[in-house]
Design a protein. Structure first.
Length: 131
Protein backbone atom coordinates (compact mmCIF):
# COMPACT_ATOMS: atom_id res chain seq x y z
CA UNK A 1 0.00 0.00 0.00
CA UNK A 2 2.86 2.36 0.83
CA UNK A 3 4.42 1.82 -2.64
CA UNK A 4 1.09 2.63 -4.27
CA UNK A 5 0.82 5.90 -2.33
CA UNK A 6 4.38 6.88 -3.27
CA UNK A 7 3.80 5.99 -6.92
CA UNK A 8 0.54 7.98 -6.95
CA UNK A 9 2.31 11.02 -5.50
CA UNK A 10 5.14 10.70 -8.02
CA UNK A 11 2.73 10.56 -10.95
CA UNK A 12 0.81 13.55 -9.60
CA UNK A 13 4.07 15.51 -9.27
CA UNK A 14 5.15 14.64 -12.82
CA UNK A 15 1.77 15.70 -14.18
CA UNK A 16 1.96 18.97 -12.27
CA UNK A 17 5.44 19.73 -13.63
CA UNK A 18 4.72 18.68 -17.23
CA UNK A 19 3.97 21.40 -19.77
CA UNK A 20 0.22 21.82 -20.01
CA UNK A 21 -0.35 21.98 -23.73
CA UNK A 22 -4.06 21.93 -24.39
CA UNK A 23 -4.71 19.76 -27.41
CA UNK A 24 -7.89 19.97 -29.44
CA UNK A 25 -9.67 17.98 -32.09
CA UNK A 26 -10.57 21.19 -33.89
CA UNK A 27 -9.17 24.71 -33.84
CA UNK A 28 -9.20 28.07 -35.56
CA UNK A 29 -6.35 30.50 -36.05
CA UNK A 30 -7.47 34.10 -35.80
CA UNK A 31 -5.87 36.82 -37.89
CA UNK A 32 -3.73 37.93 -34.92
CA UNK A 33 -2.29 34.40 -34.59
CA UNK A 34 -4.37 33.37 -31.58
CA UNK A 35 -5.37 29.69 -31.71
CA UNK A 36 -8.77 28.85 -30.20
CA UNK A 37 -10.78 25.65 -29.91
CA UNK A 38 -14.47 25.22 -30.76
CA UNK A 39 -15.41 26.54 -27.29
CA UNK A 40 -13.43 29.72 -28.03
CA UNK A 41 -10.84 28.74 -25.40
CA UNK A 42 -7.36 30.07 -26.19
CA UNK A 43 -4.92 27.23 -26.87
CA UNK A 44 -1.92 29.33 -27.83
CA UNK A 45 -0.58 31.87 -30.26
CA UNK A 46 1.59 32.07 -33.34
CA UNK A 47 3.78 35.17 -33.49
CA UNK A 48 4.51 37.01 -36.72
CA UNK A 49 8.02 35.50 -36.79
CA UNK A 50 6.59 31.95 -36.57
CA UNK A 51 7.22 31.29 -32.88
CA UNK A 52 4.48 29.14 -31.36
CA UNK A 53 3.50 29.32 -27.69
CA UNK A 54 0.83 27.64 -25.58
CA UNK A 55 -1.85 29.46 -23.58
CA UNK A 56 0.66 30.01 -20.75
CA UNK A 57 3.13 31.61 -23.18
CA UNK A 58 5.54 28.63 -23.00
CA UNK A 59 7.47 28.00 -26.19
CA UNK A 60 6.27 25.02 -28.21
CA UNK A 61 8.39 25.58 -31.29
CA UNK A 62 8.56 27.55 -34.50
CA UNK A 63 7.38 27.53 -38.08
CA UNK A 64 10.29 28.66 -40.21
CA UNK A 65 9.90 30.73 -43.35
CA UNK A 66 10.71 27.68 -45.54
CA UNK A 67 7.76 25.78 -44.00
CA UNK A 68 9.84 23.59 -41.69
CA UNK A 69 8.31 23.08 -38.25
CA UNK A 70 10.61 22.57 -35.25
CA UNK A 71 9.87 21.95 -31.59
CA UNK A 72 11.19 24.03 -28.68
CA UNK A 73 14.42 21.95 -28.74
CA UNK A 74 14.89 22.76 -32.45
CA UNK A 75 14.12 19.19 -33.58
CA UNK A 76 12.42 19.00 -36.97
CA UNK A 77 8.83 17.78 -36.66
CA UNK A 78 7.82 18.15 -40.29
CA UNK A 79 6.92 20.79 -42.83
CA UNK A 80 4.25 22.35 -44.96
CA UNK A 81 4.85 22.18 -48.70
CA UNK A 82 4.16 25.00 -51.15
CA UNK A 83 0.90 23.31 -52.23
CA UNK A 84 -0.39 23.13 -48.63
CA UNK A 85 0.39 19.51 -47.81
CA UNK A 86 1.56 18.92 -44.23
CA UNK A 87 4.05 16.08 -43.73
CA UNK A 88 5.87 14.77 -40.67
CA UNK A 89 9.65 14.42 -40.34
CA UNK A 90 9.47 11.08 -42.20
CA UNK A 91 7.58 12.74 -45.06
CA UNK A 92 4.31 10.94 -44.20
CA UNK A 93 1.16 12.90 -44.98
CA UNK A 94 -0.61 14.42 -41.98
CA UNK A 95 -3.12 16.50 -43.89
CA UNK A 96 -3.53 19.60 -45.98
CA UNK A 97 -4.31 23.29 -45.77
CA UNK A 98 -6.76 24.08 -48.54
CA UNK A 99 -6.68 27.39 -50.41
CA UNK A 100 -9.77 28.60 -48.50
CA UNK A 101 -8.00 27.98 -45.16
CA UNK A 102 -9.80 24.75 -44.31
CA UNK A 103 -7.52 22.37 -42.42
CA UNK A 104 -8.09 18.67 -43.17
CA UNK A 105 -6.36 15.54 -41.92
CA UNK A 106 -4.94 12.74 -44.08
CA UNK A 107 -8.43 11.16 -44.21
CA UNK A 108 -9.88 14.44 -45.54
CA UNK A 109 -11.79 15.21 -42.31
CA UNK A 110 -12.14 18.90 -41.52
CA UNK A 111 -10.17 19.79 -38.41
CA UNK A 112 -10.27 23.56 -38.35
CA UNK A 113 -9.94 26.88 -40.12
CA UNK A 114 -6.99 29.12 -40.81
CA UNK A 115 -8.39 31.55 -43.35
CA UNK A 116 -6.80 34.97 -43.62
CA UNK A 117 -3.50 33.86 -42.09
CA UNK A 118 -0.22 32.58 -43.52
CA UNK A 119 -0.58 29.01 -44.77
CA UNK A 120 2.55 28.10 -42.78
CA UNK A 121 0.79 29.10 -39.55
CA UNK A 122 -1.89 26.50 -40.19
CA UNK A 123 0.75 23.77 -40.06
CA UNK A 124 1.19 24.61 -36.37
CA UNK A 125 -2.23 23.11 -35.72
CA UNK A 126 -0.99 19.65 -36.74
CA UNK A 127 2.20 19.76 -34.71
CA UNK A 128 1.23 21.69 -31.60
CA UNK A 129 -2.53 21.88 -31.10
CA UNK A 130 -4.30 18.78 -32.49
CA UNK A 131 -4.57 15.51 -30.59
Amino acid sequence: MKRYAILTMAVALLLALAPAVCLATDATIRSDGTVVDSSNRTLGKIASDGRVVDASNRSLGQIRSDGTVVDASNRTLGKITSDGRVVDASNRSMGQIRSDGTVVDASNRTLGKASGVKMEWAAALFFFFFK
